[in-house]
Ligand binder design. Structure first.
Ligand code: IMP
Ligand code: MG
Length: 178
């Protein structure tokens, strides 16, 4: 499909699944090289990261652990800038090398918030791997460590990313038509 319609908005094909797969295998190779022997704890952020996390794990070949957490901060096509609470963190992260897995980093508020929650628990290190990163709306001073694609400041959907709940099932990523 070259165009999809969700809640009466049109989206054009932007990143095809073969491109996503290639970028994800490259990210995994970097993480394998950086974290070998460190038994990292991956923490996927639901719902958006469920597909990225699953596909990344196909290429992670070092000892590791994976957990998922959930928080919600996003409504419609614009970030509210508010982040609610985090649920599901059930591993002891003290002394662990933690790698957050995100579908997309937009304003960076979520990444800031995760730092506030995780750092007091004294992980050995805390980094983030995100499939997509929008540098333009990014407001945080924290580095974004592992990035699949830098993208323009346009709303995208598919491959885990939703538009008001719809579109997570799409295998490719689509960009909103202006
Ligand atoms: P941030 O806190 O502004 O960096 O945004 C993080 C969350 O907002 C992401 O994990 C997504 O769930 C959501 N988000 C940001 N941009 C988009 C987008 O273009 N499409 C769908 N969801 C988005
Ligand atoms: Mg998300």
């Amino acid at each position: 499909m070259n165009t999809v319609k969700i809640h009466n908005r049109s989206f054009d094909i932007y990143l095809e699944s073969s491109k996503l797969d290639f970028a994800i295998s490259n990210l995994a190779q970097r993480i394998n090289a950086d974290y070998g022997g460190k038994n990292p704890l991956f923490v996927g952020v639901l719902n958006g990261a469920f597909r990225f996390a699953a596909d990344l794990m196909k290429y992670i070949d070092i000892d590791c652990e994976i957990n998922f957490v959930k928080l919600s901060s996003y409504r419609g096509t614009e970030s509210t800038g508010r982040v609610n609470n985090l649920i599901g963190l059930n591993s002891d992260i003290g002394g662990r090398h933690v790698v957050i897995l995100e579908d997309i980093v937009d304003t960076g508020h979520t990444w800031d918030y995760l730092n506030e929650i995780f750092l007091p628990k004294s992980p050995a290190s805390l980094k983030i791997a995100t499939l997509l990163y929008k540098p333009e709306p990014y407001q945080s001073s924290l580095p974004v460590d592992y990035v699949g694609f830098e993208i323009p400041n346009l709303f995208v959907v598919g491959y885990g990313l939703d538009y008001d709940g719809q579109g997570r099932n799409l295998n490719d990523i689509y960009q909103i038509k202006s």
